[in-house]
Design a protein around this ligand. Structure first.
Ligand code: MG
Length: 291
């Protein structure tokens, strides 16, 4: 988990709101042993706000068994603190979204499973009927945000630096920048990773996990935490099924065992197969705009 791998303690986070008509802009920097979140204002002029995190447990190369146990204990306590703080912020996001009448969806998968391609097609085909915007999470680069903007969507790119997941604080800033209207949907495309994003509540109403046929049918067994709390599992890139070694029945059975209540749909954002079921799932959850 992230306090162990260290990504939460050293990440420099940058937010880039993309104007549909113009260019993006933001910057950030961090001091030693500090985690710098770059908070962007409503005027789209981000300012920095640094705050100290709990120091990591000291790293020692020569340490006897007792010290290992003490260090493990400190690490566990730090993990619990990080997650408890995140959960509090996630609840604030959830309340903010509920009061606004906005549906937020946390979209997670391994890198390259087709999250951005799914969102591009969804924006093109649903954009006229449904207001939606996107928060893009990647460690670096603006590539996905630019693709989403080209499909006509308001988008904020969050670059997490060394961080391997989005957290509730980052999403809070992204939401303030997006300023989504009542009755709209905010798609949060998490950093591509089947491990850490599963642990961090962002305040979303629903969790959608993409499992592409190109990455193999063993992922529900190898990464059960990611699948366990999913509301919807989209088996993606099904147009490639004839060319890859992917046992759909075995995959479905493993998903059922891990996430018995999750709905599972097969989609291809390339051919459009199954996309109407995905749109129907979205429409059922889209809130009625407030007066
Ligand atoms: Mg992407």
């Amino acid at each position: 988990m992230c306090a162990t791998c260290g990504c939460s303690g050293t990440a420099v986070v940058r937010l880039f709101p993309l104007d549909l008509a113009g260019a993006a802009g933001a910057a950030g920097a961090a001091g030693p042993r500090q985690h710098a979140h770059v908070h962007a204002s409503h005027e789209h002029e981000p300012h920095e706000h640094e705050h100290e995190h709990e120091p990591h447990a000291p790293h020692q190369h020569e340490i006897h068994q007792h010290d290992h146990s003490a260090q493990d204990e400190r690490t566990v306590q730090l993990e619990q603190k990080v997650l408890a703080k995140n959960d509090r912020l996630a609840e604030q996001n959830r309340e903010w979204l509920r009061e606004r009448g906005v549906l937020a969806i946390n979209l997670m998968s391994s890198p390259g499973a087709g999250k951005t391609t799914l969102l591009e097609r969804t924006a093109r085909e649903l954009g006229a009927k449904m207001a939606f915007s996107v928060i893009e999470g990647d460690q670096a680069a603006m590539l996905d945000a630019e693709r989403i903007r080209a499909s006509g969507c308001h988008v904020v790119q969050i670059n997490t630096g060394a961080g391997c997941h989005l957290d509730a604080a980052m999403v809070a800033e992204g939401l303030r920048l997006l300023d989504p209207p009542s009755g709209s949907v905010v798609m949060i495309e998490n950093v591509g990773n089947l491990v850490c994003p599963a642990l961090f509540d962002l305040g979303e109403e629903a969790r959608v996990v993409l499992a592409s046929v190109t990455e193999g049918d063993d992922k529900p067994r190898k990464y059960p935490h990611m699948f366990r709390r999913a509301d919807l599992i989209l088996v993606s890139k099904t147009d490639l099924l004839p060319y890859v070694d992917f046992d759909s029945k075995r995959h479905a059975a493993d998903v059922r065992k891990t996430a018995p209540d999750a709905l599972m749909l097969q989609v291809s954002a390339a051919t459009g197969a199954g996309m109407n079921e995905w749109y129907a799932w979205l429409r059922r959850r889209t809130p009625v705009p407030h007066e």
